[in-house]
Write a protein that binds this ligand. Structure first.
Ligand code: PLP
Length: 363
């Protein structure tokens, strides 16, 4: 039987051996970090050691790290708990290509346009900020196209109006340096840690109200017994650095080969993450492409991984003005473990599919 090749690392990437070991050790340790007895103290020491590791990774002190159940919860906490000054929730401004975790975090978010490469429209942001202070959510890099946002320019606009910046760094963390923001959302399972754990990095802990209060854990910012095995695995994952330059070289080589066969690379003109490519095949539904490639043994996705398992036209590509082409792209995402042989085999399979189904082949 043909072996299967996983090219969907932006959906989730395998748990690293070090993270696995840390999860197992924490499970064996047991104990609730809130208990005052010896078992509780040992669990608390593990929790605080993990907090130190994530803080080091983010370049902040430990009290700025709030552990959550993942990227979605970290974003929801900032979107609903951020306070600029006083008790009033600030307005929320979000980029049109944000992950649904951001777009769905509040019903009253105002959506800002992006250009044809998916870069945020800075003029529209400045105009929206002129109406008064807000919480602005702009991702570090997009999960479907890998497009990297100009966060230094965004931050300057946000801060000169006394507003707050929330950066969804779920895809970028570990691949790009984290830039300054009031809130940064991280997720372990995109970095070699286990799923169901993440963190919100908070510049000023006074600017965050808890959404889930419970027993006052996480210095009152997030009630609930922490997922210590997950957190231990997360800390082990962030401690491991990877060299992403060979990954970028492989992605670029793949894109070059596929373009010769009729592929369109979305967001190509913008700076992008080393590992994500949004590959359009004109005239062929993304769902057909994903199924055909799956039959050939290649696991890729159509835009974002959707909880229903259904393939919908991408809101990211639609926001970039692609029209029907928004439903004709797949996402291929690599890891440092992806080999040249895997890329070669995938390129051959994609080109064969394009020759059979693409407009070029049909003509
Ligand atoms: N933000 C981005 C850019 C993502 O890619 C994801 C996951 O796909 C999330 C947020 C949500 O993170 P989590 O799965 O940890 O809730």
């Amino acid at each position: 039987m043909k072996s299967r090749i996983y090219l969907d690392h932006a959906a989730t990437t395998p748990v690293s051996p070090a993270a696995r070991k840390a999860v197992m050790a924490a499970l064996e340790l047991g104990g609730n970090p809130s208990s005052v007895h010896a078992g509780g103290r040992a669990a608390n020491a593990l929790l605080e050691g993990a907090r130190d590791a994530v803080a080091r990774f983010a370049g902040v002190a430990a009290e700025h790290v709030v552990f959550t159940s993942g990227g979605t919860e970290a974003i929801a906490l900032a979107a609903n708990g951020a306070r600029a000054s006083g008790p009033v929730k600030p307005r929320l401004l979000v980029g049109a290509t944000e992950h649904s975790a951001v777009l769905q975090a509040r019903d009253d978010a105002k959506v800002l346009p992006v250009d044809g490469n998916g870069l945020i429209d800075l003029k529209a942001l400045a105009a929206a900020l002129a109406e008064g202070p807000a919480l602005v959510a702009v991702q570090a890099a997009n999960n479907e196209t890998g497009v990297i946002q100009p966060l230094a320019e965004v931050a300057a606009l946000v801060w000169e109006t006394g507003s707050l910046l929330l950066v969804d760094a779920v895809q970028a963390a570990g691949k790009l340096p984290l830039t300054d923001a009031d809130f940064i959302a991280l997720s372990a399972h995109k970095m070699g840690g286990p799923p169901g754990v993440g963190a919100l990095i908070v510049r000023d802990p006074e600017s965050l109200m808890a959404i889930q209060r419970g027993g006052g854990q996480e210095r009152g910012h997030r009630g609930g017994t922490p997922n210590l095995p997950g957190i231990a695995g997360f800390a082990a994952a962030v401690a491991q650095a990877h060299d992403w330059s060979p990954v970028a070289a492989r992605r670029i080589a793949l894109e070059t080969r596929l373009k010769a066969g009729g592929a369109i690379i979305h967001g190509e003109a913008a700076p992008r993450l080393p590992n994500i490519s949004s590959i359009g095949l004109p005239g062929v539904a993304a769902s057909t492409q994903v199924m055909m490639l799956d039959l050939e043994g290649y696991m890729v996705s159509a835009g974002a991984a959707c909880s229903s398992g259904k393939v919908k036209a991408s809101h990211v590509l639609a926001a970039m003005g692609l029209g029907p082409a928004a439903g004709e792209a797949i996402r291929v995402s690599l890891s440092p473990a992806t080999t040249d042989a895997e890329i070669d085999a995938f390129a051959a399979a994609w080109l064969a599919m394009a020759a059979r189904l693409g407009r070029k082949g049909a003509a």
